[in-house]
Ligand binder design. Structure first.
Ligand code: ADP
Ligand code: MG
Length: 156
C-alpha cells in the first residue's frame, strides 16, 4: 500500500528557509534543519509528498512536502519544505515540527512561470486533501508520535 520508505516520521525545529518568497505566494513552507534532511531514507525520491504535521504538539493537520535539491548548497544537499493545510495566526520559527510522510504525489519539476508553479502546488494540495481522507491515511493522524514527550519515540 505504501511506497518504499513510507510511512516516514520526522521531527525538528523550524529554521529560516532561503527566502524564496513562498509566503508571498500564499504558500509558506516550513524548513527543517540539515540533520533532519540527512536522516531521510535513501529510497525516498525528490518530489512532492503528502502526510500529516503538527507544531509544538498541537493539532494535527494535513500537509504537502517538497523534498528537493537545495539551491543554497548548489544542489548537492536536499531540503524538506512543509506546507501545512491550515492558516496559522503567526510564524512558528523555532517550534518543533513533526511530520509523517505517507504518499508520493509527483517528481520535482521546473516551472516556466510563477503561475504554473502556483497552479501545480494548488493541484498538489487537492490531491493531498483527498488522499488523506482514506481510513488507512486517517489512522496516522491519531498516532502517538504527534503528542509524545519522549524524544526517543519521535523518529521511527
Ligand atoms: P522561509 O524562506 O523562511 O521558509 P516562507 O515564506 O516559506 O519562509 O515561510 C515559512 C514560515 O511561515 C514557516 O517557517 C512558518 O514559521 C510560517 N508558516 C505560517 N503558516 C504556515 C503554514 N501553513 N505552513 C508552513 N509554514 C507556515
Ligand atoms: Mg520556506
Amino acid at each position: 500500500m505504501f511506497s518504499k520508505g513510507l510511512p516516514h516520521f520526522a521531527s525538528g525545529v523550524v529554521i529560516k528557509g532561503f527566502g524564496r518568497g513562498s509566503k508571498q505566494l500564499g504558500i509558506p513552507t516550513a524548513n527543517f534543519p540539515e540533520s533532519v534532511v540527512d536522516s531521510l531514507p535513501q529510497e525516498l525520491n525528490t518530489g512532492v509528498y503528502y502526510g500529516w504535521a503538527n507544531v509544538d504538539g498541537g493539532p494535527v493537520y494535513k500537509m504537502v512536502m517538497s523534498i528537493g535539491w537545495n539551491p543554497y548548497y548548489k544542489n548537492t544537499k536536499k531540503s524538506m519544505e512543509t506546507h501545512i493545510l491550515h492558516t496559522f495566526p503567526d510564524d512558528f520559527y523555532g517550534s518543533l515540527l513533526r511530520v509523517c510522510l505517507l504518499g508520493y504525489i509527483r517528481p520535482e519539476r521546473d516551472f516556466q512561470s510563477l503561475d504554473d508553479l502556483i497552479a501545480a502546488i494548488k493541484a498538489d494540495i487537492v490531491v493531498a486533501d483527498e488522499a488523506l481522507e482514506k481510513s488507512e491515511m486517517l489512522q496516522y493522524k491519531q498516532d502517538d508520535f504527534f503528542h509524545t514527550n519522549n524524544v526517543e519515540d519521535l523518529c521511527r
